[in-house]
Design a protein around this ligand. Sequence first.
Ligand SMILES: [Ca+2]
Length: 364
Amino acid sequence: MKRKMLFQLFFLEVIIIGTVQAGKLCDFAEKFPCKGSHCLPSPCKGKGITTTTEDILTSSTAQTSEDMPSTEAVGSTNNPPAYSSGKGVSTTTEDILTSSTAQTSEDIPSTEAVGSTYNPLEAVGSPTVESLYTDCQEVYDAGHTQDGVYTIMPTGWPGSPFNVSCNMENGGGWTVFQRRTDGSTSFYQNWTAYKEGFGDSRNLWLGNEKLHYLTNQRNYKLRFDITTSSGSAKYAEYTKFQIESESSNYTMNKLGSRSGNTGDQLSYNKGQQFSTHDRDNDGCVSFNCAEKHRSGWWHSDSWCSSCNSNSYCYNFQYSSKCKSTCTTENLNGVYNGGNGEMIFSHYHTYCNVQFVEMKIRPSS
Ligand SMILES: [Ca+2]
Protein backbone atom coordinates (compact mmCIF):
# COMPACT_ATOMS: atom_id res chain seq x y z
CA MET A 1 0.00 0.00 0.00
CA LYS A 2 2.83 2.34 0.92
CA ARG A 3 4.64 1.36 -2.29
CA LYS A 4 1.49 2.11 -4.29
CA MET A 5 1.20 5.56 -2.78
CA LEU A 6 4.87 6.21 -3.57
CA PHE A 7 4.23 5.34 -7.26
CA GLN A 8 1.24 7.66 -7.36
CA LEU A 9 3.26 10.51 -5.87
CA PHE A 10 6.03 9.83 -8.39
CA PHE A 11 3.67 10.04 -11.39
CA LEU A 12 2.03 13.17 -10.00
CA GLU A 13 5.44 14.78 -9.75
CA VAL A 14 6.24 13.75 -13.32
CA ILE A 15 3.00 15.37 -14.55
CA ILE A 16 3.71 18.59 -12.63
CA ILE A 17 7.31 18.72 -13.78
CA GLY A 18 6.19 17.85 -17.33
CA THR A 19 3.71 20.67 -17.36
CA VAL A 20 6.32 23.15 -16.15
CA GLN A 21 8.86 21.84 -18.60
CA ALA A 22 6.38 21.99 -21.46
CA GLY A 23 6.89 25.74 -21.70
CA LYS A 24 10.62 25.19 -21.90
CA LEU A 25 10.13 22.55 -24.59
CA CYS A 26 8.01 24.93 -26.60
CA ASP A 27 10.69 27.54 -26.23
CA PHE A 28 13.18 24.95 -27.42
CA ALA A 29 10.89 24.03 -30.33
CA GLU A 30 10.61 27.66 -31.35
CA LYS A 31 14.40 27.99 -31.46
CA PHE A 32 14.95 24.63 -33.16
CA PRO A 33 11.76 23.85 -35.12
CA CYS A 34 11.34 20.37 -36.46
CA LYS A 35 11.67 20.24 -40.22
CA GLY A 36 10.85 17.37 -42.46
CA SER A 37 8.10 14.89 -43.21
CA HIS A 38 8.63 12.98 -39.99
CA CYS A 39 7.58 15.93 -37.82
CA LEU A 40 4.29 15.69 -35.97
CA PRO A 41 1.99 18.63 -35.32
CA SER A 42 3.45 20.57 -32.43
CA PRO A 43 1.26 21.09 -29.33
CA CYS A 44 2.95 24.48 -29.08
CA LYS A 45 1.66 25.57 -32.48
CA GLY A 46 -1.40 27.39 -31.17
CA LYS A 47 0.46 29.29 -28.58
CA GLY A 48 0.63 32.59 -30.38
CA ILE A 49 -2.94 32.48 -31.67
CA THR A 50 -5.50 33.47 -29.18
CA THR A 51 -9.18 33.61 -29.70
CA THR A 52 -9.98 36.60 -27.61
CA THR A 53 -12.53 39.14 -28.85
CA GLU A 54 -9.73 41.66 -29.07
CA ASP A 55 -7.85 39.45 -31.48
CA ILE A 56 -10.94 38.85 -33.65
CA LEU A 57 -11.59 42.58 -34.00
CA THR A 58 -7.94 43.20 -34.77
CA SER A 59 -7.99 40.44 -37.32
CA SER A 60 -11.18 41.71 -38.94
CA THR A 61 -9.81 45.19 -39.18
CA ALA A 62 -6.66 43.87 -40.76
CA GLN A 63 -8.65 41.88 -43.29
CA THR A 64 -10.86 44.79 -44.23
CA SER A 65 -8.07 47.26 -44.65
CA GLU A 66 -5.32 45.11 -46.10
CA ASP A 67 -5.86 41.44 -46.73
CA MET A 68 -9.26 41.42 -48.32
CA PRO A 69 -10.11 43.40 -51.48
CA SER A 70 -10.37 46.91 -50.19
CA THR A 71 -13.68 48.68 -50.09
CA GLU A 72 -12.02 51.45 -52.01
CA ALA A 73 -11.38 49.10 -54.88
CA VAL A 74 -14.93 47.82 -54.65
CA GLY A 75 -16.25 51.32 -54.71
CA SER A 76 -14.17 52.38 -57.64
CA THR A 77 -15.55 49.60 -59.78
CA ASN A 78 -19.07 50.45 -58.71
CA ASN A 79 -19.94 46.80 -58.29
CA PRO A 80 -22.87 46.28 -55.94
CA PRO A 81 -22.29 42.52 -55.46
CA ALA A 82 -18.69 43.19 -54.39
CA TYR A 83 -20.01 45.82 -52.03
CA SER A 84 -22.15 43.17 -50.33
CA SER A 85 -19.27 40.72 -50.01
CA GLY A 86 -17.17 43.51 -48.60
CA LYS A 87 -19.59 43.83 -45.75
CA GLY A 88 -19.41 40.07 -45.28
CA VAL A 89 -15.76 40.09 -44.25
CA SER A 90 -16.60 41.97 -41.11
CA THR A 91 -17.37 39.70 -38.18
CA THR A 92 -18.78 42.15 -35.68
CA THR A 93 -21.62 44.58 -35.76
CA GLU A 94 -19.16 47.34 -35.15
CA ASP A 95 -17.08 46.32 -38.12
CA ILE A 96 -20.11 46.08 -40.38
CA LEU A 97 -21.32 49.52 -39.39
CA THR A 98 -17.86 50.98 -39.73
CA SER A 99 -17.36 49.32 -43.07
CA SER A 100 -20.77 50.35 -44.34
CA THR A 101 -20.25 53.90 -43.27
CA ALA A 102 -16.90 54.05 -44.98
CA GLN A 103 -18.26 52.60 -48.18
CA THR A 104 -21.27 54.86 -48.31
CA SER A 105 -19.48 58.07 -47.52
CA GLU A 106 -16.32 57.59 -49.50
CA ASP A 107 -15.79 54.48 -51.54
CA ILE A 108 -19.18 53.76 -53.04
CA PRO A 109 -20.42 56.41 -55.46
CA SER A 110 -23.36 58.20 -53.96
CA THR A 111 -26.80 58.01 -55.54
CA GLU A 112 -26.29 61.46 -56.90
CA ALA A 113 -23.03 60.47 -58.50
CA VAL A 114 -24.56 57.32 -60.00
CA GLY A 115 -27.33 59.42 -61.48
CA SER A 116 -24.90 61.63 -63.26
CA THR A 117 -22.90 58.63 -64.42
CA TYR A 118 -25.89 57.14 -66.16
CA ASN A 119 -27.20 60.39 -67.53
CA PRO A 120 -27.75 59.66 -71.22
CA LEU A 121 -27.62 63.33 -71.95
CA GLU A 122 -23.89 63.47 -71.51
CA ALA A 123 -23.61 62.16 -75.04
CA VAL A 124 -24.98 65.42 -76.37
CA GLY A 125 -23.43 67.59 -73.74
CA SER A 126 -26.64 68.49 -71.98
CA PRO A 127 -26.90 68.17 -68.22
CA THR A 128 -30.64 67.56 -67.83
CA VAL A 129 -33.61 66.31 -69.78
CA GLU A 130 -35.18 69.74 -69.65
CA SER A 131 -32.26 71.25 -71.50
CA LEU A 132 -32.43 68.90 -74.48
CA TYR A 133 -32.96 70.53 -77.83
CA THR A 134 -36.51 70.23 -79.05
CA ASP A 135 -35.53 70.49 -82.71
CA CYS A 136 -32.63 71.36 -85.00
CA GLN A 137 -33.39 75.06 -84.72
CA GLU A 138 -32.40 74.95 -81.06
CA VAL A 139 -29.33 72.95 -82.00
CA TYR A 140 -28.41 75.67 -84.47
CA ASP A 141 -29.14 78.45 -81.99
CA ALA A 142 -26.80 76.76 -79.51
CA GLY A 143 -23.96 77.29 -81.94
CA HIS A 144 -23.92 73.94 -83.76
CA THR A 145 -23.89 75.22 -87.32
CA GLN A 146 -22.55 72.09 -89.01
CA ASP A 147 -24.77 69.54 -90.72
CA GLY A 148 -24.93 66.36 -88.68
CA VAL A 149 -26.87 64.03 -86.44
CA TYR A 150 -28.01 65.50 -83.12
CA THR A 151 -30.12 64.23 -80.24
CA ILE A 152 -33.42 66.00 -79.65
CA MET A 153 -36.51 65.64 -77.48
CA PRO A 154 -39.64 67.37 -78.81
CA THR A 155 -42.02 68.86 -76.27
CA GLY A 156 -44.36 66.21 -74.91
CA TRP A 157 -42.56 63.37 -76.65
CA PRO A 158 -43.35 60.28 -74.54
CA GLY A 159 -40.34 58.25 -75.62
CA SER A 160 -36.62 58.59 -75.22
CA PRO A 161 -34.54 61.32 -76.86
CA PHE A 162 -33.75 60.39 -80.44
CA ASN A 163 -31.30 61.30 -83.14
CA VAL A 164 -32.20 63.39 -86.14
CA SER A 165 -30.31 64.69 -89.12
CA CYS A 166 -29.99 68.46 -89.01
CA ASN A 167 -29.48 70.52 -92.15
CA MET A 168 -27.81 73.83 -91.39
CA GLU A 169 -28.01 75.35 -94.86
CA ASN A 170 -30.48 77.96 -96.09
CA GLY A 171 -30.61 79.70 -92.75
CA GLY A 172 -29.95 76.54 -90.71
CA GLY A 173 -32.05 74.73 -88.14
CA TRP A 174 -33.81 72.34 -90.51
CA THR A 175 -34.97 69.06 -88.96
CA VAL A 176 -34.83 66.47 -91.74
CA PHE A 177 -37.66 63.94 -91.81
CA GLN A 178 -37.18 62.48 -95.30
CA ARG A 179 -34.15 61.86 -97.52
CA ARG A 180 -33.57 59.90 -100.71
CA THR A 181 -30.12 59.51 -102.22
CA ASP A 182 -30.24 56.04 -103.75
CA GLY A 183 -32.38 52.93 -104.04
CA SER A 184 -30.86 50.95 -101.17
CA THR A 185 -33.86 51.48 -98.89
CA SER A 186 -37.38 50.56 -99.95
CA PHE A 187 -40.04 53.13 -99.16
CA TYR A 188 -42.78 50.62 -99.92
CA GLN A 189 -43.24 50.10 -96.18
CA ASN A 190 -46.26 49.35 -94.00
CA TRP A 191 -48.11 51.57 -91.53
CA THR A 192 -45.99 50.65 -88.52
CA ALA A 193 -42.74 51.34 -90.35
CA TYR A 194 -43.93 54.77 -91.46
CA LYS A 195 -45.19 55.46 -87.96
CA GLU A 196 -41.92 54.62 -86.25
CA GLY A 197 -39.50 55.55 -89.02
CA PHE A 198 -36.95 53.59 -91.02
CA GLY A 199 -33.83 53.89 -93.12
CA ASP A 200 -30.32 55.17 -92.54
CA SER A 201 -28.32 58.35 -93.11
CA ARG A 202 -28.65 58.09 -96.89
CA ASN A 203 -32.34 57.27 -97.08
CA LEU A 204 -34.67 57.92 -94.19
CA TRP A 205 -38.18 58.48 -92.98
CA LEU A 206 -38.05 59.94 -89.46
CA GLY A 207 -41.48 58.59 -88.56
CA ASN A 208 -44.99 59.98 -88.50
CA GLU A 209 -45.25 59.88 -84.72
CA LYS A 210 -42.12 62.01 -84.29
CA LEU A 211 -43.26 64.29 -87.10
CA HIS A 212 -46.57 64.78 -85.31
CA TYR A 213 -44.90 65.83 -82.04
CA LEU A 214 -42.38 68.00 -83.82
CA THR A 215 -44.92 69.96 -85.86
CA ASN A 216 -47.28 70.43 -82.92
CA GLN A 217 -44.84 71.98 -80.44
CA ARG A 218 -44.77 75.27 -82.41
CA ASN A 219 -45.48 76.60 -85.90
CA TYR A 220 -43.32 75.08 -88.61
CA LYS A 221 -42.54 75.67 -92.25
CA LEU A 222 -41.70 72.94 -94.74
CA ARG A 223 -38.93 72.83 -97.30
CA PHE A 224 -37.95 70.20 -99.81
CA ASP A 225 -34.85 70.22 -101.97
CA ILE A 226 -34.67 68.16 -105.11
CA THR A 227 -32.06 67.29 -107.69
CA THR A 228 -33.75 66.22 -110.88
CA SER A 229 -32.68 63.34 -113.07
CA SER A 230 -30.83 65.84 -115.24
CA GLY A 231 -29.04 67.36 -112.23
CA SER A 232 -31.09 70.54 -111.81
CA ALA A 233 -31.58 71.82 -108.25
CA LYS A 234 -35.17 72.64 -107.27
CA TYR A 235 -36.71 73.64 -104.01
CA ALA A 236 -40.00 74.62 -102.45
CA GLU A 237 -40.87 76.22 -99.13
CA TYR A 238 -44.33 76.22 -97.56
CA THR A 239 -45.08 78.70 -94.81
CA LYS A 240 -47.00 76.19 -92.68
CA PHE A 241 -46.79 72.47 -92.11
CA GLN A 242 -48.43 70.34 -89.45
CA ILE A 243 -49.29 66.66 -89.05
CA GLU A 244 -52.09 65.41 -86.82
CA SER A 245 -51.93 62.38 -84.54
CA GLU A 246 -52.33 58.74 -85.41
CA SER A 247 -55.97 58.86 -84.33
CA SER A 248 -56.45 61.14 -87.35
CA ASN A 249 -54.20 58.96 -89.51
CA TYR A 250 -51.51 61.65 -89.49
CA THR A 251 -53.53 64.03 -91.61
CA MET A 252 -51.57 66.88 -93.15
CA ASN A 253 -53.85 69.52 -91.68
CA LYS A 254 -51.64 72.53 -92.41
CA LEU A 255 -49.75 73.46 -95.55
CA GLY A 256 -49.11 77.15 -96.17
CA SER A 257 -48.37 79.08 -99.32
CA ARG A 258 -45.46 78.01 -101.49
CA SER A 259 -42.33 79.76 -102.69
CA GLY A 260 -39.50 78.28 -104.74
CA ASN A 261 -39.09 76.90 -108.25
CA THR A 262 -41.15 73.71 -108.25
CA GLY A 263 -44.78 73.20 -109.02
CA ASP A 264 -47.38 73.42 -106.27
CA GLN A 265 -49.06 70.06 -106.60
CA LEU A 266 -48.36 69.27 -102.94
CA SER A 267 -51.30 71.52 -102.13
CA TYR A 268 -53.52 68.70 -103.32
CA ASN A 269 -52.22 66.64 -100.41
CA LYS A 270 -53.26 69.19 -97.83
CA GLY A 271 -56.01 67.79 -95.63
CA GLN A 272 -55.28 64.24 -96.72
CA GLN A 273 -54.75 61.34 -94.36
CA PHE A 274 -51.61 59.24 -94.54
CA SER A 275 -51.94 55.91 -96.36
CA THR A 276 -49.77 52.83 -96.69
CA HIS A 277 -50.25 49.64 -98.63
CA ASP A 278 -51.81 48.07 -95.52
CA ARG A 279 -53.84 51.14 -94.45
CA ASP A 280 -55.93 52.64 -97.24
CA ASN A 281 -57.04 56.06 -96.00
CA ASP A 282 -57.31 57.79 -99.37
CA GLY A 283 -60.56 58.85 -100.97
CA CYS A 284 -60.20 56.67 -104.01
CA VAL A 285 -62.67 53.82 -103.72
CA SER A 286 -61.50 51.85 -106.73
CA PHE A 287 -57.96 51.12 -105.49
CA ASN A 288 -55.33 51.75 -102.83
CA CYS A 289 -53.20 54.69 -103.93
CA ALA A 290 -50.34 53.71 -101.59
CA GLU A 291 -50.23 50.32 -103.22
CA LYS A 292 -50.46 51.64 -106.76
CA HIS A 293 -47.84 54.32 -106.14
CA ARG A 294 -45.60 52.05 -104.09
CA SER A 295 -45.30 54.53 -101.24
CA GLY A 296 -46.61 55.77 -97.93
CA TRP A 297 -47.98 59.26 -98.51
CA TRP A 298 -50.81 61.72 -98.01
CA HIS A 299 -52.45 60.36 -101.10
CA SER A 300 -55.36 62.34 -102.47
CA ASP A 301 -58.15 61.26 -104.76
CA SER A 302 -57.80 64.24 -107.06
CA TRP A 303 -57.35 62.20 -110.18
CA CYS A 304 -58.68 58.91 -108.97
CA SER A 305 -61.43 58.96 -111.58
CA SER A 306 -58.84 59.42 -114.29
CA CYS A 307 -57.69 55.84 -113.92
CA ASN A 308 -57.21 54.34 -117.40
CA SER A 309 -56.97 57.81 -118.84
CA ASN A 310 -53.90 59.95 -119.48
CA SER A 311 -51.51 60.42 -116.58
CA TYR A 312 -49.29 63.41 -115.88
CA CYS A 313 -46.24 61.30 -116.53
CA TYR A 314 -46.16 58.15 -118.56
CA ASN A 315 -43.64 56.59 -116.19
CA PHE A 316 -45.96 57.38 -113.32
CA GLN A 317 -48.11 54.42 -114.15
CA TYR A 318 -47.82 51.43 -111.88
CA SER A 319 -49.29 48.87 -114.22
CA SER A 320 -50.32 48.79 -117.85
CA LYS A 321 -53.94 48.49 -116.81
CA CYS A 322 -54.23 51.36 -114.41
CA LYS A 323 -52.47 54.69 -114.54
CA SER A 324 -52.90 55.73 -110.94
CA THR A 325 -52.84 59.45 -110.54
CA CYS A 326 -53.65 59.92 -106.87
CA THR A 327 -50.94 62.49 -106.46
CA THR A 328 -48.23 64.26 -108.41
CA GLU A 329 -45.91 64.77 -105.43
CA ASN A 330 -45.00 61.20 -104.66
CA LEU A 331 -41.61 61.76 -103.05
CA ASN A 332 -41.72 58.41 -101.25
CA GLY A 333 -42.16 56.49 -104.50
CA VAL A 334 -39.73 53.97 -105.93
CA TYR A 335 -36.26 55.43 -106.34
CA ASN A 336 -35.34 55.39 -110.00
CA GLY A 337 -37.98 52.75 -110.41
CA GLY A 338 -38.81 51.21 -113.74
CA ASN A 339 -42.11 52.98 -113.63
CA GLY A 340 -40.66 56.14 -112.15
CA GLU A 341 -43.00 56.41 -109.22
CA MET A 342 -40.88 58.92 -107.31
CA ILE A 343 -41.95 62.19 -108.83
CA PHE A 344 -42.61 65.83 -108.09
CA SER A 345 -44.26 68.62 -110.02
CA HIS A 346 -42.64 71.48 -111.84
CA TYR A 347 -45.10 72.74 -114.39
CA HIS A 348 -44.62 69.35 -115.95
CA THR A 349 -44.06 66.42 -113.67
CA TYR A 350 -40.51 65.17 -113.17
CA CYS A 351 -39.76 61.51 -112.72
CA ASN A 352 -36.81 59.60 -111.28
CA VAL A 353 -35.25 62.42 -109.34
CA GLN A 354 -31.73 61.86 -108.00
CA PHE A 355 -32.07 63.48 -104.60
CA VAL A 356 -34.86 64.57 -102.29
CA GLU A 357 -34.75 66.00 -98.78
CA MET A 358 -37.79 67.13 -96.79
CA LYS A 359 -37.33 69.15 -93.61
CA ILE A 360 -39.02 71.54 -91.21
CA ARG A 361 -38.04 74.65 -89.29
CA PRO A 362 -39.95 76.93 -86.92
CA SER A 363 -41.74 79.61 -88.89
CA SER A 364 -41.60 82.21 -86.18
CA1 LIG B 1 -58.44 53.84 -101.66
